[in-house]
Design a protein around this ligand. Structure first.
Ligand SMILES: [Cu+2]
Length: 385
């Protein structure tokens, strides 16, 4: 049986055999050799250490010309761990070190994503992405008045993509992530806020990239929120030639808010602005009985279509009016299963090739999805998310 088929079956079987929502296994056998988790209660930190990783030097390589099966900037597998305490997650600090604990350049970590298998995203039937960081992202800490609710026993996973362009190979690299929490007896109680992700073109378990046509173009996605609430703050993500991502009332077209890309004169995008609607104030209200539209705006001056060159999304923190109304993880939903499969597959392409099973993988993978993934890897290489 091919690897993809096996993973699919493993995930489906584990969900069908367990009736209780708390009993499923999100992936195949967890790889624990690369992850260590320590709790420092006095500092109120959970320290997650990933590694060691051996990183080839990727400087001087032309990613346009290269096949993408070279391992450059590929995601690692997802390393699963169990969150140890009840309280609120409120931020992180990241360090990249060598085998002796000496600092390595922070930017060799291209991006890092943390997944919460035990909570659904608000808009999508997919596991919550509780945090993420890119090579350009600094450490992030919320005020003590706000936090993302977490419970002891929550099943989390983390993966990273490395890009070593230092000019020399690195024998041993470790990623150290300090996760800061507030205890559940903290007074006053922090406001519980959850990540919200609004993408103009997401296929859960697949890709969210799309073509950048010449000139000024827009791509949009309509949705409603399952529970009313308020946005505390937002930012976004765009690729080169991105102009802005806006949120509008789908019925009236009225613009609710917008984040602009930080563009260089040639259209290259270096980041996206952040907007705070008042961490202590009321925030920006979204209502469950309304339709919304998220719109990505691009302006491509090259005169040519850039295939799968674009992404457009708004990310933020959302305070639901009633946490009990937050949509539950539905393991019988094929969409949620697709997300689990894509997470379980992550980082395994290289290993498959090393074991000569690449043909089986090619056979099973949807040609479009695979191509899209590789194109996106290229964009990630170029644009340093
Ligand atoms: Cu992107």
């Amino acid at each position: 049986m091919s690897v993809v088929g096996f993973l699919l079956q493993a995930v489906l079987t584990s969900s069908v055999s367990v009736a209780m929502p708390a009993g499923y296994s999100p992936g195949v056998a967890p790889d624990t050799s690369q992850i260590r988790v320590q709790t420092d209660s006095s500092k109120r930190e959970v320290l997650v250490t990933l590694g060691p990783f051996q990183l080839e030097d990727m400087s001087g390589m032309d990613h346009h010309a290269m096949p993408m099966d070279d391992g450059a900037g590929h995601d690692t597998p997802v390393y699963d761990f169990t969150w140890p305490i009840d309280g609120w997650f409120r931020g992180f600090r990241i360090e990249v070190v060598d085998g002796s604990g000496n600092p390595l350049p922070r930017e060799i970590m291209h991006h890092m994503i943390m997944v919460n298998y035990d909570r659904r995203q608000l808009l999508y039937s997919a596991a919550e992405r509780i945090m993420g960081a890119g090579s350009e992202t600094g450490d992030a800490v919320l005020p003590k008045s706000v936090g993302v609710p977490v419970h002891a026993g929550m099943r989390l996973g983390v993966y990273v993509a490395w890009h070593n362009a230092t000019g020399a190979p690195i024998d041993e690299a470790y990623l150290k992530i300090a996760l800061l929490w507030s205890p559940k007896n903290l007074m006053p109680q922090p406001v519980s806020s959850l990540p919200i992700y609004m993408d103009v073109n997401l296929e859960v378990g697949g890709t969210n990239t799309f073509d950048v046509l010449p000139g000024r173009t827009e791509k949009s996605y309509e949705f409603s929120v399952p529970v009313s609430g308020r946005l505390l703050g937002i930012s976004g993500h765009l690729h080169d030639y991105g102009v802005a991502v806006r949120l509008e009332d789908a019925e009236t077209g009225k613009i609710i808010t917008q984040v602009d890309g930080q563009r260089l004169p040639d259209g290259k995008v270096t980041g996206v602005e952040r907007k705070l609607f008042g961490v202590l104030g009321r925030g920006l209200k979204l209502r469950a009985d309304k339709r919304y539209r998220v719109v990505g705006i691009y302006d491509n001056p090259t005169g040519e279509t850039i295939r799968l060159g674009a992404m457009a999304e708004i990310v933020g923190l959302y305070v639901p009016d009633d946490m009990a109304q937050w949509p539950e993880v539905d393991l019988n939903d094929p969409t949620f299963q697709r997300d689990l499969v894509s997470l379980a597959e992550m980082g395994r392409e290289q290993a498959e090739m090393d074991h000569g099973a690449h043909e089986a993988h090619e056979e099973d993978a949807k040609p479009d999805a695979k191509e899209g993934h590789e194109e996106h890897e290229k964009k990630k290489e170029e644009h340093k998310h």
